[in-house]
Design a protein. Structure first.
Length: 189
């Protein structure tokens, strides 16, 4: 077998200093997956959601919001470091001694994933399964092409929101709301 086809298993500790970790990448059960850089639309949506969530969380001291490209070592999934487009971790789940220099070693309570044109449906569903298996309770999947947000709740029904709807934090961020149309306000039609 040619050397180019051999894949080396990478641990989460090794991934911290791996060349791929300097850019958009994830570690999935020991396999490094390099992602294409995000588009401008992706960045606008991620920034809008992060800013709104962060202002809400900070004003109430509920925990910590994380922007794009932060690695979460997902519990129970063996060398899997996922990097959501935005995330929230409630205060009780944060390390008592503060956030260290390595990966976040907790499943986010809320994850935002923004679909990229290069992302397949099976890749997205694999991410959703990983987050759920690790304990994430609420996942917002944003599709810039259709201007739809799919809300995935652990133990509850999935819902599909359009620009006439309002996205809310459910029981993960009670009281948080943002009109779906605001997510796409700066995008070309």
């Amino acid at each position: 077998m040619p050397a180019a086809n051999l894949r080396r298993y990478v641990t989460s500790d090794e991934f911290l200093t791996h060349a791929a970790a300097a850019g958009p990448s994830e570690l999935v059960r020991g396999e490094v997956r390099v992602m294409t850089p995000a588009s401008g639309a992706h960045g606008v949506i991620a920034g809008t959601i992060f800013a709104a969530m962060n202002a809400f969380v900070e004003s109430r001291q509920l925990g910590q919001c994380f922007p794009d490209n932060i690695g979460f070592l997902l519990p129970g999934l063996g060398d899997t470091v996922r990097s959501p487009d935005a995330a929230f971790v409630r205060r009780d789940d944060l390390p008592d001694l503060g956030i260290g220099l390595g990966w976040m070693t907790v499943a986010p309570d809320l994850v935002v994933e923004i679909l990229s044109p290069s992302e397949t449906a099976s890749e997205l569903e694999e991410k959703v399964r990983d987050y759920r298996a690790a304990g994430t309770r609420l996942i917002w999947v944003v599709d810039p092409a259709t201007r739809v947000v799919s809300v995935r709740r652990t133990g509850g029904p999935d819902t599909r929101l359009t620009e006439i709807d309002v996205l809310d934090g459910s029981d993960v961020l009670p009281g948080f709301t943002i009109p779906v149309t605001r997510l796409f306000a700066r995008l070309a039609k």
